[in-house]
Design a protein around this ligand. Structure first.
Ligand code: UD1
Ligand code: CA
Length: 469
């Protein structure tokens, strides 16, 4: 990042080098998905939405894949080759902080629910109080596993004790270190080298800085989190699924409050960036993912899977249909069992019926393919009728070729349109035809074997059907 573009005296370090042992995965924990979005991106999206200058992400395990996954983010990377603790990880980011002034927020990449307001409050408190360290804390009935805040006689924070190092009395403390700490940059850089690893885990704890600062008479204040939930860290797949259900429920509740009917929210999966219009009805067992935009008064029945789908108003998507990166115009019905694949667009008041697959095709207003059809690399005009079992033969084994079917064309059942081919305006294709040449406007194309009826053939041959069959 170029120095002069750093807007404010607010910076951040995200620790993301840990081993994630409890995930038992070949993929780094932070690259697992939470509500369809990478775990680490939940935090980074909130952070980048604030006016933060430099963001340094500390990588270690799986560093290459994390780096690649974050290539679109305006962040710098630091490498922690050996995972010697959160204090050590922060030391690895120190060179990237040299020369910067103001505040640095140190965050743990596995805590995705923190609110933007809380992050903002940590910076603001650091500045207003001119504090050396601001620690986000929260009271919880389940403090196990977290660092406990030990306060002195005046109620000021004195030190943080990690679970492994707690005495029996300290174990009872319910106020925990949520894992979000904001430092005066110069204070952090001065004290990081003083950390030691003389503790039960043999690690350099970032949390030990508090004790060091208090011994030196520096100013440390705490800020309470809004809720325990926003501070939850994800250390196991069970925690991932628990947080996932909480987030899913929140998203569903939000859309219901905006006028969407969701018959059974516990079974519906709506990604955070999806939008849905009022009076849309969503049946149980529906997945709406990515950046899908659902218009008003749509109906999406059970078993449907929509990814980056755009539905205008009054669209019906019947049972078990899949729509990926495609759009559907107002009043159109899709399904049941329909498949709109990549980059297709279906116009308004159209019909894509059961067992119809559409790939990279444009289908005009009022056109219908009601049963068992394949439309690939095709452009259909308005009011086209595609009969049952008709297909475009778009692939010749080497290239994908285009089929053009103009306005008002009627394609009879079980026809094959061998691309590249054009059926011009208003033409008819007789059922069972294999069309290899363009069809002129307003004409009828028949391309099939001629029927021959051999009268009396059965009797002549003396054939008898076995009735038992
Ligand atoms: C940490 C805190 C604890 C706090 C809790 C809140 C310390 C010593 N303890 O414990 O006080 O209550 O978070 O969730 O800080 N990491 C590295 N390099 C390392 C070790 C960890 O980058 O060498 C990263 C991890 O990837 C993770 C984060 O730091 O994102 C936190 O590490 P983790 O092991 O999960 O710490 P906790 O035991 O949860
Ligand atoms: Ca953790």
């Amino acid at each position: 990042m170029i120095e002069s573009t750093i807007p404010r005296q607010r910076h951040a370090v995200v620790l993301a080098a840990g081993k994630s042992t409890r995930f038992k995965s070949e993929t780094p924990k932070l690259l697992h998905k939470l509500c369809g979005k990478l775990l680490v991106c939940h935090l980074l999206d909130r952070l980048t939405a604030l006016d933060v200058g430099r963001i340094v992400v500390v990588l270690g395990h799986g560093s290459e894949s994390v780096r690649e996954a974050l290539s679109d983010y305006p962040v710098d990377f630091a490498l922690q080759e050996q995972q010697l603790g959160t204090g050590h990880a922060t030391m690895c980011a120190a060179p990237a902080l040299k020369g910067l002034e103001g505040s640095v927020l140190v965050l743990y990449g596995d805590t995705p629910l923190i609110s933007r307001d809380t992050l903002h409050r940590l910076y603001e408190t650091r500045e207003k109080e001119d504090a050396d360290e601001v620690i986000l804390t929260v009271e919880t009935t389940e403090p196990e596993g977290y660092g406990r805040i030990v306060r002195d006689g005046e109620g000021k924070p004195a030190r943080i004790v990690e679970e492994k190092d707690t005495s029996p009395e300290e174990k009872l403390i319910r106020e925990i270190n949520a894992g979000f700490v904001c430092f005066r940059i110069s204070t952090l850089l001065e004290h990081l080298p003083l950390l030691s690893n003389r503790n039960a885990a043999g690690e350099y704890y970032l949390t030990d800085i508090l004790g060091l600062l208090r011994e030196r008479g520096k100013k440390v204040v705490t800020v309470p989190a809004v809720s325990v939930l926003e501070t939850v860290g994800i250390n196991s797949r069970e925690e991932l699924s628990r947080v996932e259900s909480v987030l899913r429920a929140e998203i569903a509740a939000k859309w219901m409050s905006e006028g969407v009917t969701i018959l059974n929210p516990a079974t519906v999966y709506i990604d955070p960036e999806v939008t849905i219009g009022a009076d849309t009805i969503i049946y149980p067992g529906v997945f709406i993912e990515g950046k899908s935009q659902i218009g008003p008064r749509c109906t999406i029945r059970s078993g449907c899977h929509l990814l980056d789908a755009v539905l205008e108003a009054d669209v019906v998507v019947d049972q078990c249909s899949v729509i990926r990166r495609s759009s559907v115009g107002s009043g159109t019905t899709v399904g049941p069992f329909a498949h709109l694949r990549e980059h297709s667009s279906v116009g308004g008041n159209a019909r894509i019926g059961n067992f119809v697959e559409v790939k990279k095709s444009e289908i005009g207003d009022g056109s219908k393919a009601a049963h068992l059809a394949y439309l690939g690399d095709a452009t259909l005009g308005k009011d086209v009728n595609i009969g049952a079992g008709a297909i475009t033969c778009n692939y010749d084994g080497v290239n994908k070729n285009k089929t053009v079917i103009e306005d008002g064309v009627f394609v009879g059942s079980d026809s094959q349109l061998v691309a590249p081919v054009t059926v011009h305006r208003g033409a008819y294709v007789a059922a069972g035809s294999t069309i290899t040449e363009d069809v002129p406007p307003g004409s009828l194309a028949i391309a099939r074997g001629k029927q021959v009826n051999k009268e009396g053939w059965v009797a002549k041959k003396g054939r008898k059907r076995d009735e038992g069959q």
